[in-house]
Ligand binder design. Structure first.
Ligand SMILES: *Cc1c(COP(=O)(O)O)cnc(C)c1O
Length: 404
């Protein structure tokens, strides 16, 4: 008789994990205040107040909001002068937005492989990607796990490269108590619905560089110069501003997001400890310098040798049947038709041959190894985490059932 739920057995868990987003009544009060004020957009004082509060909480002098986290990165790149044919080094293991921001700036994404233990860009492989055309590096703190910013900044300084931190998944992550987003020239966050802090959509940039932020203002704001007239446009840019309604919701979230980050992290550390004790499973590496991690994703690695060569994808199916919402995550960005198509459409990308690219660590992560849980799963109680561990052990102990 089968034991595994995939084969008709009783699942470990039938109930849902915590839902996302979490609704906070205080947001309604603030939303109503904005609604009554009639100041719903354009240089709204609520957005200004939110930006100031965000900058303060995230350890930067300035913050500038935007419609979303893809556009905020595009704004940062354009403000840094990144444009036609300039090369930008990015990891292939990330959401497509990282590459889209580069491509929409008419620049060239240069993919650099990831580290096998952290899944973040591998600093040891960055320098071999640098050419006379390289202008910037975008380290992506994947799942909210901070990149090796010490080494990345050392390389960037040596080669005079602009650093834009993609912190879309890393709200309240820190290294030695210094907030993620404040290591590079500028940091970018997303408030898209799935992110650890959300207004449905939205994005924000933080930096200590006033001149850079003034240029960002132009690219956020129809190309207007700070202090210039309404119908005076000096740069080519759309209206990329967020609304006061988003600012109202986010202002309240600034407070309680930090609190739930601690809860998420506590559950993540407990889960990591238990998963690491199971032979054949390893968690995304967290260096000792990391003082806080957002765990937008909880990532662990599967080695099929310890699972009688059953492929990760079958293991995932078996866990799903047990009621655990794990997934396999990204595929390498250079595999997407959207990216490969640009070579035909943009002459300056000609000869990049993204379709021929093979970055072994990323490919192994995507197709063999990585297993994800989303952040909302980590917002429950210890008993929820115990169910995950129980299901993993159950599938492992009955792995013979998965061999066809
Ligand atoms: C979500 C995300 C973004 C930005 O996404 P938007 O949907 O445009 O806000 C950028 N980079 C990464 C890694 C992301 O996960």
């Amino acid at each position: 008789m089968s034991v595994l739920a995939l084969n008709g057995g009783k699942p470990v868990r039938k109930s849902d994990f915590p839902k996302w987003p979490i609704k906070n009544e205080k947001e309604i009060i603030k939303l109503k205040e904005v609604w009554e004020s009639g100041k719903w957009g354009v240089y709204s004082e609520y957005t200004k107040e939110f930006e100031e509060k965000f900058a303060k909480k995230f350890g930067a002098k300035y913050a500038l909001s935007a419609v979303n986290g893809t556009t905020s990165m595009w704004i940062a790149l354009r403000a840094a002068g990144v444009g036609l044919g300039d090369e930008v080094i990015i990891p292939p293991y990330t959401f497509i937005a990282t590459a889209v921001a580069v491509l929409l700036a008419n620049a060239v994404p240069v993919f650099c492989d990831i580290d096998s233990e952290t899944y973040n860009i591998n600093p040891d492989k960055i320098e071999e990607k640098i050419t006379s055309k390289t202008k910037a590096i975008i380290p992506v703190h994947i799942g909210g796990m901070p990149c090796d910013m010490e080494n990345i900044m050392r390389i960037a300084k040596k080669h005079n490269l602009f650093v834009l931190e993609d912190a879309a998944q890393a709200h309240y992550s820190s290294i030695n108590n210094k907030m993620i987003g404040t290591f590079g020239d500028i940091g970018s966050f997303s408030f898209q619905m799935s992110k650890n802090m959300t207004a449905g959509e939205g994005g924000i940039l933080i930096s200590d560089n006033a001149e850079l932020m003034d240029r960002c203002f132009s690219f956020q704001n129809c190309g207007r110069i700070k202090g210039g007239a309404w119908y005076e446009h000096s740069y080519l840019a759309a209206n990329n501003r967020m609304t006061a309604f988003q600012s109202a919701v986010l202002m309240e979230q600034l407070e309680f997001c930090e609190e739930i980050t601690r809860k998420r992290e506590k559950n993540a550390l407990y889960l990591a400890k238990n998963i690491s004790e199971i032979e054949g499973l390893t968690c995304q590496k967290r260096s000792e310098k990391i003082t806080s991690a957002a765990y937008h994703l909880f990532i662990f690695r599967y080695n099929k040798k310890y699972f009688k060569n059953v492929h990760r994808d079958i293991f995932i199916k078996a866990l799903n049947a047990e009621g655990i919402p794990v997934s396999s995550g990204y595929i390498p960005l250079y595999k997407f038709e959207a990216i490969q198509r640009t070579e035909k459409e943009y002459p300056w990308l000609n000869g990049r041959e993204y379709n021929k690219l093979y970055l072994p660590v990323c490919e192994n992560a995507c197709y063999e190894e990585s297993i994800w849980l989303y952040q909302n799963v980590l917002l429950g109680e210890k008993s929820d985490i115990d169910d995950i561990i129980e299901a993993i052990i159950k599938v492992k102990n009955n792995i013979d059932e998965l061999i066809k």
